[in-house]
Design a protein around this ligand. Structure first.
Ligand code: FAD
Length: 393
C-alpha cells in the first residue's frame, strides 16, 4: 500500500506541504489534509482589507484544486487527538486517520489570561482579528462605526507572536481609514515590548501620513500591566483607566492546541530539528509555521510556506527514497504604511545544529523615494498571488 501522510491544518504551512508531497510523489504517497474550514481567509493582506484596499473575497481560498488536481483527500473536520504509538489522528466527527508521517501546521491559539479581563467570549466586544475571516470583518466594521473623534486602542502582543510587523501595519491601515472618514479620531497602542519590527520605518511613515493621530505607550509607562473591561469598553494601563471606542486585543500566543495534545510541545511551542522541521519529540511528526519553535525565522506565512517545502522534500525522502536536498529557508515580510507606501524586511536562513539561523538579511530604509515604496508595494501584490497559488494550486 502507498505510504500515508496526514497533514493537520490547511493554512500557509499545511496546504503547501500537502500540495508539494502529493505533486512531487505523483500519487505514490497517499495525502490526507484535515482542515475544519471550507474556505481559508488569509491573515496576510487582511490589514489591507481593514484599510479598504482589498475586498474580503479576494482573501478567500478553497480546497477544491488540492482535491481535484492533486488527489489530496481533503477532510473538513477538526483533529482532536494524536495517538503516537498507533500513529493515528482522531477526528472530532468520529473515527481516526492512520499515518506513516504526520505534518502539523495548526497555527496559533491565544494564551488564557494573557490580558486580564479578556477571553474568547469577549472577542466580539474586543476583537483580536488575528485569525482570518469574520474577526477581520468585525474589526473593520467597528472602525467605520466609531464616533467622531473617538479612540481606537490596540493591546499589542508580547514576543514571540504571529507576524511581527502585523500589529503595526494594522495601525497604519486603521489610521488610513480614520484619516479619511474620521480625521479627529485617535489611535492608542498599548505595547508590552520595548521595540518592534520595522519601528523606525513605521514611525517615520506615521509622522508623514498621519501626524499626531497615533500614540504608543510602552513598558516604561506600565503597558505590560494592562487589563480590559469589555462590558465597560475601558482599558486599565497600570492603574490609569481609559474609555475607548474600539479595542483590538491581540493576546500572547502559543502553538495551536493539537500540537500540545500531541505531546510534542515544550512550553508554548513545538521544538523542531532545523534541517527538516521534524519534531524533536517524535521523528514521525513534522511541525510547520507559527506552531514551530525553530530559531530565527519570524512567524509568517512566507516562513511557513518555505518550511513546508523543506519538510515535503524530507518526508518524500523518508517514504519514497527520493533525493533530499540541503535545507534552505527564506522569508520576506512586506507592510503597507499608506497606499503605495510599502516597506519590507527579509532574510535567508540555513540550519545549524541548534536552530534555523539567519545568514543574510535586508530591510527598507527610512527616507526612500515614493517610487521605491510604490515598487515595494507592487512586489507584495505579486507575492500574494504567487504564495496563494503555491498553497492552493
Ligand atoms: P495558519 O495559516 O493559521 O493555518 C492553520 C490552519 O490550521 C487553520 O486553517 C486552522 O483552521 C487549522 N487548524 C488549527 N487547528 C486544527 C485542528 N485541530 N484540526 C484541523 N485543522 C486545524 N505573513 C506573511 O508572510 N506576510 C504577511 O504580510 C502577513 N501579514 C499578516 C497580517 C496579520 C494581521 C496576521 C494576523 C498575520 C499575518 N501574517 C503574514 C502571518 C501569517 O498569517 C501566519 O504566519 C501564517 O498563516 C502561519 O501559517 P500556519 O500554517 O502556521 O497557520
Amino acid at each position: 500500500a502507498a505510504p500515508r501522510v496526514v497533514v493537520v491544518g490547511g493554512g500557509a504551512g499545511g496546504a503547501t506541504a500537502a500540495r508539494y508531497i502529493a505533486r512531487e510523489s505523483s500519487g505514490a504517497v497517499n495525502v490526507t489534509l484535515i482542515e475544519p474550514t471550507r474556505r481559508y481567509y488569509t491573515c496576510f493582506f487582511s490589514n489591507l482589507y481593514i484599510g479598504g484596499l482589498r475586498d474580503m473575497e479576494s482573501l478567500g481560498h478553497d480546497y477544491g484544486t488540492l482535491a481535484s488536481e492533486y488527489g489530496i483527500n481533503v477532510v473538513h473536520d477538526w483533529a482532536v487527538g494524536v495517538d503516537r504509538d498507533a500513529r493515528t489522528v482522531a477526528l472530532a466527527g468520529g473515527g481516526s486517520v492512520p499515518y506513516d508521517k504526520l505534518v502539523l501546521s495548526p497555527g496559533i491559539d491565544f494564551k488564557e489570561g494573557a490580558v486580564p479581563g479578556w477571553d474568547l467570549s469577549a472577542q466580539n466586544a474586543m476583537p483580536h482579528a488575528y485569525k482570518g475571516g469574520s474577526q477581520t470583518e468585525l474589526l473593520r466594521a467597528q472602525v467605520l462605526a466609531m464616533r467622531e473623534g473617538g479612540t481606537y486602542a490596540m493591546v499589542a502582543p508580547p514576543n514571540p507572536y504571529r507576524c511581527p510587523p502585523g500589529p503595526y501595519e494594522r495601525i497604519s491601515m486603521v489610521a488610513h481609514v480614520l484619516s479619511e472618514v474620521n480625521p479627529t479620531a485617535k489611535i492608542l497602542i498599548v505595547d508590552p515590548k520595548d521595540g518592534y519590527s520595522k519601528q523606525a520605518l513605521f514611525e517615520e511613515g506615521w509622522q508623514k501620513h498621519y501626524g499626531g493621530m497615533i500614540e504608543r505607550i510602552g513598558p516604561d509607562f506600565g503597558a505590560q500591566n494592562t487589563s480590559v473591561d469589555p462590558a465597560a469598553m475601558t482599558i486599565d494601563i497600570d492603574g490609569a483607566v481609559e474609555s475607548v471606542d474600539v479595542c483590538n486585543v491581540i493576546p500572547a500566543q502559543r502553538a495551536g492546541k493539537i500540537a500540545h495534545d500531541a505531546g510534542i510541545t515544550d512550553g508554548d511551542w513545538a521544538p523542531v530539528n532545523p534541517a527538516d522541521m521534524s519534531s524533536r519529540a517524535d521523528p514521525d511528526i513534522y511541525v510547520l509555521g507559527d506552531a514551530a519553535q525553530q530559531g530565527d525565522m519570524p512567524k509568517s506565512g512566507y516562513s511557513a510556506n518555505s518550511q513546508a517545502k523543506v519538510c515535503a522534500n524530507a518526508v518524500l525522502g523518508a517514504l519514497t527514497d527520493s533525493r533530499v536536498f540541503p535545507a534552505r529557508y527564506s522569508n520576506t515580510c512586506w507592510s503597507l504604511i499608506a497606499p503605495e507606501d510599502g516597506v519590507k524586511v527579509g532574510a535567508t536562513y540555513e540550519p545549524t545544529e541548534e536552530k534555523i539561523a539567519s545568514t543574510e538579511s535586508f530591510i527598507s530604509q527610512t527616507g526612500e523615494e515614493p517610487e521605491v515604496r510604490a515598487a515595494t508595494y507592487q512586489e507584495s501584490i505579486g507575492w500574494y498571488a504567487a504564495i496563494t497559488a503555491d498553497m492552493f494550486g
